[in-house]
Design a protein around this ligand. Structure first.
Ligand code: ACK
Length: 324
């Protein structure tokens, strides 16, 4: 199968303006692994870039997926809150295609949130013996009467950061939806961070162009991000921009819970039954009411009752404007 994948690869794609000669890339370090690819940092003419390549022994299907991702990204265009494509290597390479994208120095949002959590709980534990954590939830002994702003001042994730994250992700997703692209795997692990806490929506591994249909029916199986999926995606395999909005609500929950696993204590296979009955995640301890109410709106049962990404961006910008 591998040989076949190489031969199909050689037949695919004529070089276009995106083509980068392989020699121009100097590879540096292994950044991590995604769905099916491996990500390396590299430089291109002295500029840092990130390169996505296939894992060893990739199948023909994975080769096809990476080529599909390359083609999709060529058409996405650039936006400040979307990881943009720099180019690709598809000619004269034996180990499969390479997708070259802009480098985001701070890595993914989930890792960032968890390091904020670890740093903070360590700091709090040093100063307040009655602050303890269970899983990823922080508990504070009421007798200390620590209020949110005191806690917040010791975090490197302020309420303003939360609002800015919400606005940035919604802005990037608004752009994607205007390009008629569904993400279908919007999660903190698929959002990258650059300097100054600038966020970029990434990983179009599962995304699909929607073209004429605004709703995409997924036919075949595969590993699904169950805890991020909208109710109609879980029950009827229906995906739309409004199911991406549901996932956006889960990302908000990940942010305010410092990188917690959504639906703590719930088995993923029981999720759709619970959601059908109206069960939703409770407000995380450090979450402001207004942010929680936006989350709940994203998790409305009927897709049309959920806010649009444009409305979400406006809502976060309005909340940001009230912060000084
Ligand atoms: O937290 P990370 O370093 O950020 O670990 C993951 C890993 O590769 C697998 O996706 C990192 N990564 C992916 N794309 C980029 C990029 N464009 N810039 C920097 N790091 C990236 C990601």
């Amino acid at each position: 199968e591998k040989q076949f994948s190489k031969s199909i690869f050689h037949r695919i794609g004529k070089p276009d303006k995106w083509e980068i000669p392989f020699e121009k890339l100097s590879f540096q370090s292994h950044l991590g692994e995604g769905h099916f690819g491996v990500v390396y940092s590299a430089t291109l003419g002295g500029k840092p870039v990130a390169c996505k390549i296939l894992k060893e022994n990739s199948t023909i299907d994975e080769t096809r997926q990476l080529l599909q991702e390359i083609e999709l990204m060529k058409n996405v265009g650039s936006h400040p809150n979307i990881v943009s494509m720099i180019g690709c290597v598809t000619q004269n390479v034996t180990n499969g295609p390479i997708l070259v994208v802009e480098y985001c120095s701070m890595g993914n949002l989930l890792t960032y949130l968890r390091s904020v959590y670890d740093h903070t709980s360590k700091m709090l534990n040093e100063y307040h013996e009655d602050v303890y954590h269970d899983g990823r939830q922080l508990f504070i002994n009421k007798s200390y009467e620590l209020n949110f702003s005191q806690i917040e001042s010791s975090l490197s994730l302020s309420h303003k950061d939360v609002l800015s994250f919400g606005s940035q992700i919604a802005f990037g997703m608004e752009y994607l939806s205007q390009q008629k692209i569904l993400h279908r795997d919007l999660a903190a692990r698929n959002i990258l961070m650059c300097e100054d806490k600038r966020l970029k929506v990434s990983d179009f591994g599962l995304s699909r162009d929607v073209y004429m249909n605004s709703i995409y029916y997924k036919k075949s199986g595969g590993k699904l991000p169950l805890r991020w999926m909208a109710l109609e995606s879980l029950t009827h395999q229906i995906y739309s921009t409004q199911s991406d909005v549901w996932s956006f609500g889960v990302v908000l929950w990940e942010i305010v819970s410092f990188g917690g696993l959504p639906y703590p204590g719930v088995e993923a296979q029981n999720l759709s039954e619970l959601l059908k009955k109206g069960f939703r995640m409770i407000k995380p301890q450090f979450c402001h009411d207004k942010v929680y109410s936006i989350m709940l709106d994203c998790w409305k049962e009927s897709p049309n009752d959920r806010p649009t990404f444009s409305a979400l961006k406006e809502a976060f910008d309005a909340l940001l404007a009230t912060e000084t």
